[in-house]
Design a protein around this ligand. Structure first.
Ligand code: SF4
Ligand code: SF4
Length: 130
């Protein structure tokens, strides 16, 4: 991964339209059954090599809705195999977990900021325009 969408999602569709790798599905197609949009961690590349920052969070009107998750690397295979949170796609019966294929991630975001609800997009500072 990745980034993850929490229950403050207002299902506005902006992130889905903005993702360059089509990693996001809408609430009707969320494989976890939760009534919100869902980032498929096995597809998300944190916009590395495409944009300077995650485009889903940049456009999301619900600040704090999209937070940093763990890197989609073998080290975190068990994390992403947690079926209560993720429903990974599969190929030939094998889950597309990090052990199957790792994805790019932002190495400048430390592990201490991941998996704890750290916002990808910060709230505008007081007095900041736009
Ligand atoms: S971080 Fe980038 S690649 Fe990942 S879901 Fe968001 S827009 Fe898509
Ligand atoms: S942009 Fe934010 S609020 Fe809108 S659907 Fe995506 S995660 Fe939900």
């Amino acid at each position: 991964m990745a980034v993850i969408i929490n229950d403050t999602c207002i299902t506005c569709d902006a992130c889905l339209q903005n993702c360059p790798v089509e990693a996001i599905v809408d609430d009707g197609n969320n494989p976890t059954g939760n009534p919100r949009y869902y980032v498929q961690p096995e597809k998300c590349v944190e916009c590395v090599g495409i944009f300077d920052d995650p485009q889903c969070a940049a456009i999301c009107p619900s600040i704090g809705c999209i937070t940093w998750d763990m890197p989609f690397t073998k080290e975190f295979d068990a994390h992403f195999l947690n079926a209560e949170i993720y429903k990974l796609g599969s190929k030939n019966g094998i889950a597309r977990s990090p052990a199957y294929k790792e994805k790019k991630f932002r190495e400048d975001i430390p592990l201490t900021k991941r998996g704890i609800g750290e916002k990808v997009q910060e709230e505008p500072q007081e007095g900041e325009v736009g």
